[in-house]
Ligand binder design. Structure first.
Ligand code: 5GP
Ligand code: MN
Length: 342
């Protein structure tokens, strides 16, 4: 755990400030939950706060309290640039390096003359003036809870803050089932329910909001599932044509990789998704046990993340990317096979 210049930050925040809170590109439940929760909290402390996200976030998060007031850097560029320019400090939430916001927004942040505060649970963070980094945490939302607690302000956690934090903890832990979920996580969740988070409604809003097309696309994904039993590995592919056949929308493939990991005896799972707009193949990796997909994604697919959940990209074709992945497996066979024992 790194906690850098916390007291100095505390003094800085003792007077009302103009603050921007930023999440990563393709924001997920943890990115949206943590940025919104922190902004609600900082507003209660009399700061002027704007949340800026690089691009669109999935429709199953649109109901989150405050999400309508966020600025999208790609679509509301001048407003985003203005609040960034006018701000005295920027919080970076749920990512560990500036490039994770995408190149346009990265350029703006690189030119930012004031200081950054990083609050994040990914490994190997870049250096910033103020830092709270803890890769043992299940989610950035859990860290925002601790951050508020460290400032002595858990009494300020209201229904909206609790709802946002609950959502991010729930989505980043696969509904409280991943290894990163601890007894402390459950205690925080209990506190959040006491503060007004309605667990049944949050689960339903996030997980029971599928479009017909999304379920059809899941069907296509499962049809495309390939298992490689000798490597305890399974993967899914989705081409751009398949995505458009089922009216693909942002977020529709979220969680699909977990179906590959749910196969009995599979310790390494991947999904390869063609993205014609960015001209890349976007990859998600998941593992059970000791095999680090963070390291694997860093070493071979220009990515990173956590030990058991990471992402990456490839500029090869879909077929060539899958070939590259399959060709790497013999080298890792032992590590993958020994990764997880029941
Ligand atoms: P997902 O597969 O759900 O997109 O991402 C899994 C985890 O890996 C998340 O924590 C995410 O922030 C991280 N991640 C996803 N894609 C990338 C990437 O291209 N680079 C890095 N460094 N991390 C990524
Ligand atoms: Mn996260």
């Amino acid at each position: 755990m790194i906690l850098k210049r916390f007291e100095a930050l505390q003094s800085f925040l003792a007077t009302p400030r103009k603050i921007v809170v930023v999440g990563h590109r393709n924001p997920d439940g943890d990115a949206m939950g943590s940025t919104l929760a922190l902004s609600h909290y900082l507003k209660k402390k009399n700061h002027t706060v704007h949340v800026v996200v690089p691009n669109e976030y999935p429709s199953f998060l649109h109901w989150l309290p405050g999400s309508k007031k966020t600025y999208r850097f790609d679509m509301q560029n001048s407003q985003s640039q203005r609040v960034i320019r006018e701000s005295e400090i920027i919080f970076l939430l749920d990512f560990n390096a500036l490039h994770r916001v995408g190149s346009d927004m990265q350029n703006t942040l690189k030119a930012y003359p004031n200081d950054f505060v990083l609050v994040d649970h990914h490994q190997q963070p870049d250096e910033f003036k103020y830092m709270y980094s803890d890769p043992s945490m299940c989610s950035t939302c859990e860290m925002v809870y601790h951050f508020i607690d460290k400032l002595g302000d858990t009494k300020l956690i209201d229904r909206d803050i609790a709802t946002c934090l609950y959502t991010g903890i729930m989505t980043d832990t696969g509904s409280f089932r991943f290894r990163s979920t601890t007894s402390a996580t459950h205690r925080i969740i209990a506190n959040l329910i006491d503060k007004g988070a309605e667990n049944d409604r949050i689960h339903s809003n996030v997980y029971d909001s599928n479009s017909y097309g999304r379920l059809q696309l899941l069907g296509q994904s499962l049809n495309n599932l390939k298992a490689l039993p000798q490597y305890n590995t399974a993967y899914i592919t989705l081409s751009e044509d398949e995505k458009s056949a089922f009216n693909f929308e942002k977020g529709d493939t979220e969680g699909v990789v977990n179906y590959a990991l749910s196969l009995s005896d599979v310790s390494l799972a991947a999904i390869f998704i063609e993205d014609r707009e960015q001209q890349i193949i976007k990859i998600s990796f998941r593992s059970k046990g000791s095999f680090s997909v963070n390291q694997f994604a860093r070493d071979h697919f220009d990515g990173g993340g956590h030990d058991n959940a990471a992402g990456g990209r490839s500029e090869l074709s879909l077929i060539k990317t899958v070939e590259k992945f399959v060709d790497l497996l013999p080298k890792y066979q032992q590590e993958i096979v020994q990764s997880y024992e029941k």
